[in-house]
Design a protein around this ligand. Structure first.
Ligand code: 16G
Length: 275
């Protein structure tokens, strides 16, 4: 007589007898088994799998030091190949959400050092990270001169013939995506946006046209699919949206940046004084 074991049923049985710490893992396995994590047309499987697990981490369902099931277990339960699982785990590591320990497996990382950014001083992304010894990098998603939108024309006070320089960047610290910034500037302030390589403010300073004052509007929004994908987080996660209008000392507006910042990393801090 042949006995065969459905290992997943067996695992569920075993998990009934293990303490609370493993409950989330049982939930994770059950969810993956029901295929609820995958939706047609929402991107490749490895991305959906990684976003699903990122969602459990961001919501606190999986917490610091929880060990993820092994590659083989995840592949068996979710019905995808080990290569797909490996890519999904790689994405989570890249997003700074898990740590892969050689020979031991993948563990949920702690919240780590939150990134405090002052709302009252006018510093650039590059300077901010440098000051903390974090290596900044940017992926340029768009750079060039364009016909301005009505909002850009109004906010930047553009003339009818002026173009707008746009720079869209995904900004990372030590390789972890932190923010997505869309900057618009008048074409006379940034005539050759393709020349921008590292820091926008550094380039503007060299041209004597960096902002000396800015007004910011901060709001909480939920990350849409494409934003979540770039910031390596689950769709719908709360993020901070900041719109900055930067002015020259003369009062002329020269920068309009709309940025989305990961709320699990950023704390924006403001100093208040009694008048
Ligand atoms: C900061 C600014 C952004 C500016 C960028 C320049 C906030 C909320 N935003 O991220 O408006 O365009 O720095 O950075 O602080 P860079 O000089 O490194 O390109």
């Amino acid at each position: 007589m042949t006995y065969w074991v459905n290992w997943y049923e067996f695992l569920k049985l075993v998990l009934l007898f293990v303490p609370e710490r493993s409950r989330q893992l049982t939930d994770l396995m059950t969810e993956l088994d029901t295929d609820r994590w995958y939706k047609n047309g929402r991107g490749p499987r490895y991305q959906q799998l990684s976003r699903y697990i990122a969602g459990l981490i961001n919501s606190g369902d999986l917490t610091t030091d929880d060990q993820l099931p092994s590659e083989r277990e995840l592949a068996d339960v979710s019905g995808v190949s080990r290569v797909t699982v490996r890519k999904a785990i790689g994405e989570l590591a890249l997003a700074g959400l898990i740590e892969q320990k050689q020979g031991a497996g993948s563990f949920v990382r702690g919240p780590g050092e939150r990134f405090e950014q002052s709302l009252s001083s006018l510093v650039s992304f590059t300077e901010n990270l440098q000051a903390r010894g974090i290596k900044s990098s940017s992926e340029t998603l768009l750079k060039g001169l364009f016909r301005p939108t009505p909002t850009e024309t109004t906010v930047l006070g553009l003339s009818r013939v002026q173009q707008v320089a746009r720079v869209h960047r995904l900004r990372s610290g030590d390789g972890v995506p932190m923010a997505l910034e869309h900057s618009s500037l008048p074409d006379d302030i940034l005539p050759r946006p393709e020349k921008l390589e590292v820091s926008l403010y550094d380039l503007l300073r060299k041209r004597d046209s960096a902002p000396t004052r800015a007004i910011q509007r901060v709001s909480a929004v939920n990350a849409t699919g494409p934003v979540a994908e770039l910031l390596k987080m689950a769709e719908g996660t709360a993020v901070l949206q900041i719109e900055r209008t930067g002015y020259l000392a003369s009062g002329r507006p020269i920068e309009f940046t709309s940025g989305v910042y990961r709320s699990d990393i950023y704390d924006f801090v403001s100093e208040l004084r009694l008048d």
